[in-house]
Design a protein around this ligand. Structure first.
Ligand code: ADP
Length: 170
């Protein structure tokens, strides 16, 4: 899987075509990675987000990156984990796929994701990491226009789960 990479880092610092924001449905900012992205991008990002009128869980919307080194931000509300019987797995898969579709439509060749839903939204990390790398690999197999996708993990524990999930795909 040469075009999927797992790194440890801060997604707000990545100079790629698009970074993904683990947003909430309002798209008006929040805590965690969402707050960090809005702080780094500046108030123009929130101004553009206000024009989008929110986003459904599992779908995605794109904005410019403003003061970020990334050209675009793709905002996707991940599912809140409610035990697994509420379509959480399918919704998480749909987040990754919807973001990559928007990336393709907008000519992005490099895309960085945070670990969607595994923070405040409590999605179990092992399950989430397997869903993420599988959804990305399936998309890349049919979409050579995307050259590289990275999972940007904020801590070692998260990175270890994504490393294992990617290893299991090989
Ligand atoms: P969610 O609400 O989707 O669970 P969170 O922001 O709470 O989103 O957490 C998602 C993941 O993003 C967590 O693994 C968290 O540690 C991570 N994270 C937080 N800040 C950053 C950052 N600056 N860069 C990359 N990942 C981050």
């Amino acid at each position: 899987m040469p075009n999927i990479e797992i790194i440890l880092g801060d997604i707000t610092k990545q100079a790629v075509d698009a970074i993904v924001n683990a947003a909430n449905c309002s798209l008006l900012g929040g805590g965690g990675v969402d707050g960090a992205i809005h702080r780094a991008a500046g108030p123009e990002l929130l101004a553009e987000c206000r024009t989008l009128h929110g986003c459904e869980t599992g779908k995605a919307k794109i904005t410019k990156g403003y003061r970020l080194p990334a050209k675009y931000v793709i905002h996707t509300p991940g599912p809140v984990w409610h035990g697994g019987g509420h379509g959480e797995e399918e919704l998480l898969r749909s987040c990754y796929r919807s973001c990559l579709e928007l990336a393709s439509e907008n000519g992005c060749r490099t895309v960085d994701f945070p670990s969607i839903s595994t923070g405040v939204y409590r999605f179990p990390l092992e399950k989430a990491s397997r869903i993420a790398v599988k959804a990305i690999a399936e998309y890349l197999a049919d979409h050579p226009e995307i050259q590289r996708v990275r999972m940007v993990c904020f801590d070692e524990r998260t990175k270890a789960f994504y490393d294992r999930a990617l290893e299991a795909l090989r």
